[in-house]
Design a protein. Structure first.
Length: 151
């Protein structure tokens, strides 16, 4: 599995409740650009329209050797999932006020482009600060234990 890009802000700004994998419908120049690592998922999200799932604001850089048929960098891309999975997600999103956030974009072992989606709940500012404080406390504890082991 070759990871193209990750959405690092997603884990900070959202509490990820569940993750799932979806295929992405791409044009040829988009795949070539992804192989070169030209993408980012900042400010991107997924939404269900009708019976289909779409990815919005995912930036895939134009392919350098592309000609006039090169792709639009921020175009809306269709995501591929089974219909029953989409219906299940739709129920959760409507019921609990959750959202779908892309966590990473990667090539699987078969060479297909996949996106890992997270069913997420937004965090408040004080939750983010508490999370950072907890992480720092754990880091300090592990350092202290490591120093004790060395003595």
């Amino acid at each position: 599995m070759k990871i193209v890009c990750t959405n690092r802000k997603a884990r900070r700004d959202y509490e990820i409740l569940e993750t799932m994998e979806a295929g992405v419908v791409l044009q040829g120049t988009e795949v070539k650009s992804l192989r070169g690592g030209g993408a980012h998922l900042k400010d991107s999200y997924a939404a269900i329209e009708g019976e289909e799932l779409f990815l919005y604001n995912a930036h895939i850089a134009p392919y350098e050797q592309g000609n006039r048929f090169n792709h639009e960098p921020l175009r809306t891309r269709k995501l591929l999932m089974h219909a029953r999975e989409i219906h299940r997600l739709l129920g959760k999103i409507q019921e609990k006020g959750l959202t779908l956030i892309p966590l990473k974009l990667y090539f699987n072992d078969a060479g297909k482009v996949k996106v890992e989606l997270g069913l997420a709940k937004g965090r408040r500012a004080y939750d983010k600060r508490r999370e950072i404080a907890d992480r720092d406390a754990k880091r300090e504890m592990s350092r202290a234990l490591k120093d004790e082991e060395r003595k």
